[in-house]
Ligand binder design. Structure first.
Ligand SMILES: [Zn+2]
Length: 300
């Protein structure tokens, strides 16, 4: 049984989740959430009569701060952290990860994300593609699913997949949108990963942003369509040589209109979408994607 825990990021409901699974070997978590929401994680666990120190294992989908930022704190309480091998060195020494976050978020780091400390290597385990982890009777299989991040893992638990960010962001039954932050966005890899998720034929998905999806195939089709749409939208200003800063307000308006067209009119839900998946990050991420991709299109 999977228990989604609402970490109430920046005071919003249904924006960032962590997932609690009880096993015969004790409770485990998929995603730690950011360090800034550690008190909310502690409270949510308490409702299930679990303390931070009870968590023996934390399985991460990727190392972005909204997913992995509090992993070190759980490690300090004794947890083992399971992560893609490319992400592992950045948890053993988070200085580069935090420097690049600092460049982006500046003075807002503490409010948004909190701090990040090194996790001792003995508590970090690299996970191979297709690896099967067993905790008592609970089995979780790792599926490498790049596209949003090069080091992304989707975790399969029976016929359910916990998808991190590779199956997009969907809040309050609104439309699904693809989070496209720098530096790794790769549309082709992402589409391959969506295909991988389809082939698993899951009964349900659990999104970190936010919660359960009961119609995975329709959801994944919608995600792929919107991913292609956003990439194509971004290509035009990118090719025109415009700056990301100029384009952000236009893209934000475009996304808001898309959400409105799909029936999202509640200002709080629009704010939850923007908190879980800021438009300016997607502009940066997709501009970077086109910058990387451009030489290939010129050759062809
Ligand atoms: Zn995320």
């Amino acid at each position: 049984m999977i228990h989604p825990l609402d970490l109430r990021f920046l005071g919003h409901d249904h924006t960032i989740a962590s997932f609690l699974i009880s096993t015969a070997e004790g409770p485990i978590l998929i995603e730690s959430g950011p360090h800034s929401t550690l008190p909310a994680l502690e409270q949510a666990l308490a409702q299930h009569h679990v303390q931070l120190a009870d968590i023996q294992h934390v399985l991460l989908t990727h190392i972005h701060l909204d997913h992995a930022g509090a992993a070190w704190a759980l490690a300090q309480h004794g947890a083992t952290v399971w992560v893609h091998p490319v992400g592992l060195p950045h948890l053993a020494d988070p200085s580069r990860l935090m420097q690049s976050a600092q460049r982006i978020y500046g003075d807002d780091m503490d409010r948004l994300w909190g701090e990040m400390r090194a996790i001792p290597e003995a508590q970090l385990h690299a996970v191979a593609d297709n690896a099967l982890l067993r905790f008592g009777e609970v089995e979780l299989r790792a599926h490498y699913t790049p596209g949003h991040a090069s080091h992304h893992i989707a975790w399969q638990y029976d016929d359910v997949v916990l998808t991190g960010d590779v199956a997009g962001v969907r809040i309050a039954n609104g439309p699904v949108v693809p989070p496209c932050p720098p530096p790794d966005i790769d549309i082709e890899h992402w589409r391959d990963s969506i295909r991988c998720l389809r082939e698993l034929a899951p009964r349900q998905l659990y999104l970190t942003h936010f919660g359960r999806i009961d119609d995975p195939l329709a959801h994944l089709d919608e995600l792929e369509t919107r991913l292609i749409d956003w990439a194509a939208w971004m290509r035009i200003p990118w090719e025109a040589g415009r700056t990301a800063a100029e384009v952000v307000p236009e893209f934000q308006a475009y996304v808001r209109q898309q959400l409105r067209d799909q029936g999202v009119t509640d200002e709080e839900v629009l704010a939850q979408y923007e908190a879980a998946n800021p438009s300016w990050m997607s502009v940066e991420g997709l501009f970077r994607y086109w910058r990387k991709y451009q030489p290939k299109t010129e050759v062809n």
